[in-house]
Design a protein around this ligand. Sequence first.
Ligand code: DGL
Length: 263
Amino acid sequence: MYMNRPIGVFDSGVGGLTVLKKLTAEMPEENYIYFGDTARVPYGEKSKEQLLGFGREILDWYKKNDVKMVLMACNTSSSVILDIVQKEYDFPVLGLIKPTAQYIASLDVKKIGLIATSATVKSNAYQRAINKLDSSMEVYQIPCPGLVEIVESGKINEKESRVIISKYITPLIEKNVEKIILGCTHYPYFENIIFEITHNNGLIIDPGEYLVSAAKEKLNEMNLNNTSGVESRKYYVSSNPEKFVSVGSKFFSDCKKAEQISF
Ligand code: DGL
């Protein structure tokens, strides 16, 4: 049955698990195939051409796996390549930027901060998407090299992380931003540290939440919700499955085993 086909969810590594966790809470009945491109992380320091090559390889692989939809649980890919590859596949490919920009445009705020990878900041994708809907909003963008590597290495709660995150977030607080977008799916791993620095629960926007809503809406619209009663979650990586599981399972305990693949 078409509706039983899996949903593909991918990222450069463990970051997309922060989205998958939300997805499975919201739509536990679906089948998911997660892919973490751990051999090529970090994506945030790669060129557009490289990201396009990676994205096409991953989407071709999902096509072979007969997916009904693919979610880019990666802000970098969503910012840099989504518009191009979306047109190349016969299943829907959704990203994080547009649904988040729509939510932000509905808020009564004027100053938005963004922390993200260098590639996401360079693309200006968030700023463009937000200003297309509300040109009066100001978006302050901070590239945050190094944070993805800290998460992937599992050294999330070390003192060094706090120092680096504080360095990235302080200029936004000084600008009196009313919201801060966590523009990389690895950053929710730092949620405790970010709260310690900001002391404000209402400040943070996690784009994963809005991608989940968009995916749910899309499935409803296509009448493709899985009602078969059979569900599964499978995890694949391009290198080092043990390390992926050891770091990823701390955030999402469902991730107990991963298989290594090559394209
Ligand atoms: N987690 C991804 C993102 O949201 C990719 C980060 C990276 O590999 O640099 O941008």
